[in-house]
Design a protein around this ligand. Sequence first.
Ligand code: SF4
Length: 121
Amino acid sequence: MNADYSRRLFLKKAIAGIPFVTGIAILAGSCNNSGTNNKPKDDNTATFKSCDDLSGLSAEEKDARIKLHYVDKSPVKSKVCRICALYIPAKEGMECGGCTLLKGPIHPEGTCIYFTPKEEV
Ligand code: SF4
C-alpha cells in the first residue's frame, strides 16, 4: 500500500465519520439539557397553597378531574386518596397532596374512579 493511497483511504474514512461524531455530540448536548430541565425533586411530596386552587391547570387538566369523577370527600372510607398507590403526599403543613394521574391539588380524603389501593408490604 503506497502512502498516497493510504492517505486517501484515511481521509475517506474520516469524512464518513463526521456525521456520526456530529450526531453523538448533538445527542450528548441534548442529554445535558434534559437533565437540567428534569431535575429530580428533593422529596416525593406535593405543595399546593390551597386544595381549591385550580388556577394553574389547563382546561384539559380540569376536565380530566371531572371525567375521572374526582371529589374532595370520598363517600367510601376504604377508597380514599391517602391510601391510593397514585397519591403523592402533601408537604408537611400542607393539606392537599397530588396525584400521579390527575394534575392539581388532591385531598387525602378524596377519591376518583381510578382509585388503586397501595399494596400491603
Ligand atoms: S388516582 Fe384517584 S384516588 Fe388515587 S390519588 Fe389520584 S385522585 Fe386519588
